[in-house]
Design a binder for this molecule. Structure first.
Ligand SMILES: [Zn+2]
Length: 245
């Protein structure tokens, strides 16, 4: 009986190995963060949920809602977000799971950015962009969180488009209060003078794409643009994963 059980157990392990299921997958199955269905280990979000997320279609829309936030900037070129971000909707839950909690998963941002890049490459959105700049976190917050979500989003865009990302030029010199906890009209005060540019001369004549996770009033990206504006012949575009309506 013992042998029979052992045989059955080994048979079961072989069956799992044949199915490419590891013990880790058996006890800690890899699940879609939206529908909780078990997904393959190389996936982050299941295909159905990814297809159902609400696209803004802004990559092909000149004068869209995101661009409207920066239209006064003479050197502003393009702006677009990938998804609509609504309270208590899957996109909000997803971006929350990306950034917060013990199981915060930056791969969510990476996967969404890759999908956005594939879809945006059907348009001229990335044409002429020289470098991707993620909105930086203050070193203190970076230590607390362990990663910068904007960098993971940049990496997703970069891996698909081949446009290099750069994390050395733009730095956050002040650790401001969380934007999400700051009332609308105070958001631009909260981010005033918090960024700086290292070696601005290296961005001469460059078209940079500023990358953030969520664009609300655009105050954080505007604060980045404020420090890039004095660089001669430097033009800027912006990209976000989520845009509040
Ligand atoms: Zn799913």
């Amino acid at each position: 009986m013992i042998y029979a059980n052992k045989f059955a157990y080994l048979n079961f392990l072989c069956y799992l190995r044949g199915m490419k299921v590891s013990m880790k997958d058996l006890f800690f199955p890899h699940c879609c963060p939206i529908c909780d269905d078990v997904i393959e280990s190389q996936q982050v979000i299941c295909d159905n949920c990814l297809a159902d997320l609400p696209r803004t279609e802004q990559a092909t829309m000149r004068g869209n809602m995101t661009e409207g936030l920066f239209m006064k900037e003479a050197k502003f070129v393009r702006g677009a977000t990938f998804l609509f971000f609504e309270k208590d909707a899957p996109v909000q839950n997803l971006l929350h799971k990306m950034k917060y909690g013990m199981f915060a998963n930056p791969l969510i941002g990476y996967a969404l950015a890759k999908e956005a890049a594939y879809e945006f490459m059907q348009s001229d959105f990335f044409d002429g962009i020289d470098v991707l700049l993620p909105v930086p976190l203050h070193p203190k917050r970076l230590r607390e969180r362990g990663f910068n979500q904007a960098e993971w989003i940049c990496k997703g865009l970069s891996d698909v488009t081949g446009i290099p990302m750069d994390t050395t030029h733009l730095t956050r010199i002040l650790n401001n209060a969380h934007q999400a906890q700051t009332a609308g009209e105070k958001r631009s005060d909260n981010v005033k003078n918090i960024f700086a540019v290292n070696h601005p001369e290296e961005l001469f004549k460059k078209h940079v794409l500023l990358v953030d996770d969520i664009i609300t009033t655009g105050a954080t990206l505007q604060a980045c643009i404020d420090v890039l504006r004095p660089i001669r012949k430097c033009h800027f575009s912006v990209f976000g994963i989520g845009k509040t309506r």
